[in-house]
Each structure stands twice: as structure tokens, then as C-alpha cells.
Design a protein around this ligand. Structure first.
Ligand SMILES: C[S@@+](CC[C@H](N)C(=O)[O-])C[C@H]1O[C@@H](n2cnc3c(N)ncnc32)[C@H](O)[C@@H]1O
Length: 254
């Protein structure tokens, strides 16, 4: 079941990559983040990234690749992994324009069979990736497997408290119980930014705070810090969530 769901999500991202690229172009961040990593990485994350020059880093579910570009700008050798070939092609073209050397690999984050155990000094993942993944324990266990002993596992995800609300301009009303993980099935259009229905299927998972923590514990990594921050609301979020944490950060070590 997991694989079919991932295949449906992959097709959604293949179809939506152009729109996603347009949005990133309009924001203008990807061009700047190699020189200004603080645009896409928080102070806390940067504190863990002070020693990455020349080190091997994997970014899992790399999407727009802004994190991959920032890490490459800081001197790391980055491998960017995503399930969607179209997403990777956009990123490859941008990396070329920026003069960054990045290895791109198409793979599902729950099955990184082509990567040998202990290959990386650091694995970075997040920014709305776990929501597409049907098995968070397998996902984080794969991340831990490809880390070298003593390596760092950095997770920066959209906070689960933000996933439960009904779309509304002026009041908060729970749409999905916090404890309902899904899968939530949607009929989706190729335009990834529009909630229009269409002929594609997409599936989302709402992992709870403890699901994230337990998946890291089960991966065999030791959690060294957890942080929640950000309380602004962006226009795409669709509910007045000011005051609720936006990011969940987990730092762990193998
Ligand atoms: C919302 S983006 C998140 C990444 C980045 N923060 C961004 O904003 O582009 C989600 C990315 O996860 C990828 N993805 C979804 N499911 C995946 C899976 N099972 N394995 C690897 N990548 C996956 C999608 O192709 C997409 O590029």
C-alpha cells in the first residue's frame, strides 16, 4: 500500500514541478541562498552546521533544493534525493546556473537502496516531506542507516499543530483530529499550488509530535535537541494560526 501511495504522490509532484518552480522563481530565494544560507536555515540549524566544509551531506525530499544550495554554498558535498525526476531536473538546471556541484538522485526516502550504510556526515530532511510519506519510521531509519557513526541527523518539519485546522479567515476550527494520521486522499490537479480538484490522486499523512520523536528514537539515533519556533502565518496556510509553532526541529546523532 505504501508504495502505491508514494507512486501516486510522485506522479503529483512530476505534474506539479513546473508550478512549484514558478513559485520559487517569484520568491527569488534559490538564487541567493548559497551566499546567504541564513535565508533558509535558522540560527539553531546553522549552529550545528559550522563544521560541514568538505563533508558529505544528504538532503532527503529535496524539493526546491534551497537547503541543498545553502549547504553547498557552505562548502559541503551535497547529494540531493527526491522521488520526482521533474523536481530534480529543475534543481539540476538551477545548480548549474549557480555553479554548484551537487549529486542528484531519484529515490524514495523509505528505500534508499542505492546508498551504502554510513555514507554521510549529516542527513538533512524536512520542509513538508514527512506529510507525503506513509511510513515515517522506515523513512528515518533509512536516514540513520546512511549516516556514519557519530553523524548528525537534522529534521526541520512543519509543526504538526498546524495540520489540523479547517480553512477559515477568522476562526480556528478543528477539521481533522490531531490523532488522525491519515492517509488523507485528495483528487488533485496538476497545479500543486491550487486546491482545485483534478484527475490526479495525492495522499497526505499527519504525523504527531510523538510520531516524529519515536521515529528518530527507533532509527537508533540519539536526540540531542528539540526546538519549536515561528509563530507567524503565511498566506497559503489558510487559517489564523498565529501563536502556534510553525517549525519542529530535531537534532540527533548516530
Ligand atoms: C513540499 S516539497 C518539500 C521540500 C522543500 N522544502 C520544498 O519546499 O520544495 C516535497 C518534496 O518531497 C518529495 N517527496 C514526496 N514524497 C517523497 C518520497 N517518498 N521520497 C522522496 N521524496 C519525496 C516531492 O517530490 C517534493 O519534491
Amino acid at each position: 500500500m505504501g508504495i502505491d501511495i508514494h507512486e501516486a504522490n510522485r506522479m503529483r509532484w512530476e505534474a506539479g514541478a513546473k508550478q512549484w518552480a514558478k513559485r520559487a522563481d517569484s520568491r527569488g530565494l534559490w538564487q541567493r541562498c548559497p551566499e546567504e544560507p541564513e535565508l533558509v536555515l535558522s540560527e539553531r540549524e546553522l549552529a550545528y552546521l559550522s563544521d560541514i566544509k568538505g563533508r558529505k551531506i544528504a538532503v532527503l525530499g529535496s524539493g526546491d533544493n534551497q537547503i541543498a544550495f545553502a549547504l553547498a554554498g557552505l562548502g559541503a558535498h551535497v547529494t540531493s534525493v527526491d522521488i520526482s525526476q521533474a523536481q530534480l531536473e529543475v534543481a539540476r538546471e538551477r545548480a548549474q546556473k549557480l555553479g554548484l556541484e551537487i549529486d542528484f538522485m531519484r529515490a524514495d526516502v523509505t528505500a534508499l537502496n542505492e546508498i551504502r550504510d554510513g555514507s554521510f556526515y549529516l542527513v538533512y530532511t524536512g520542509g513538508h516531506v514527512a506529510v507525503w510519506v506513509s511510513d515515517i519510521t522506515r523513512y528515518y531509519s533509512e536516514a540513520a542507516r546512511i549516516l556514519q557513526l557519530g553523524g548528525l541527523f537534522v529534521i526541520s518539519e512543519y509543526h504538526p499543530f498546524r495540520r489540523v485546522w479547517k480553512g477559515s479567515n477568522d476562526s480556528l476550527e478543528v477539521e481533522h483530529s490531531y490523532f488522525q494520521r491519515g492517509p488523507f486522499e485528495y483528487d488533485a490537479s496538476a497545479d500543486i499550488l491550487e486546491p482545485k480538484t483534478g484527475t490526479l490522486k495525492s495522499y497526505e499523512f499527519h504525523w504527531t509530535f510523538s510520531d516524529y520523536i519515536n521515529a528518530v528514537i527507533r532509527s537508533g539515533c540519539k536526540i540531542v535537541e528539540v526546538a519549536e519556533f515561528g509563530e507567524e502565518v503565511a498566506d497559503w496556510e489558510g487559517a489564523p494560526m498565529t501563536g502556534l509553532p510553525e517549525f519542529l526541529l530535531i537534532f540527533a546523532q548516530k
